[in-house]
Design a protein around this ligand. Sequence first.
Ligand SMILES: Cc1cc2nc3c(=O)[nH]c(=O)nc-3n(C[C@H](O)[C@H](O)[C@H](O)COP(=O)(O)O)c2cc1C
Length: 157
Amino acid sequence: MPLDAQSLRRVIGHFPTGVGVVTTRSETGSIHGLTANAVTSVSLVPPLLLICIDKKARSLLHLERSGIFTVNILAAGQEELSRRFATSGGEKFEGVSYRVGDNGAPLLEGAVGYLECSVWARHEAGDHVIFLGQVERAEARRSDPLVFFRGRYRMLD
Ligand SMILES: Cc1cc2nc3c(=O)[nH]c(=O)nc-3n(C[C@H](O)[C@H](O)[C@H](O)COP(=O)(O)O)c2cc1C
């Protein structure tokens, strides 16, 4: 029998991750984003990463339509930004400083790094959609990331 959702969430929560905000820009110019830690490097040649997006997320439709996204790697101290983008709907970008990346998606100020992608493939996976992104541009600075572990935000010692 498959494992129940709560148990999987609890156990996988022992695997520490960084915290990303996946941003995108629609064809009409509206910007969207959500907090995501299901982010994994997949291939170096070609450069591919994946993100997993809940089918219930409002951002999903915008990601599907735009065909581009950027993973903003949050820095230590950016928990508020993570919480904001983990709350569905609303004016998530109000009062948030960002610049526009080469692919058109927002780059959040203060993030440790950015991975600008174009959608390379899409796969249905249960209640999520996996997007494989081809990384077109990437940058990072030497700064501590925000860490998510056992359901809580942490910082590296
Ligand atoms: C630390 C953390 C990690 C998360 N990771 C993901 C993720 O990888 N994929 C996802 O679809 N939702 C993830 N979520 C939940 C979304 O951020 C949340 O459902 C959000 O409200 C979706 O926004 P939207 O409906 O406006 O698109 C995460 C939330 C938190 C707090």
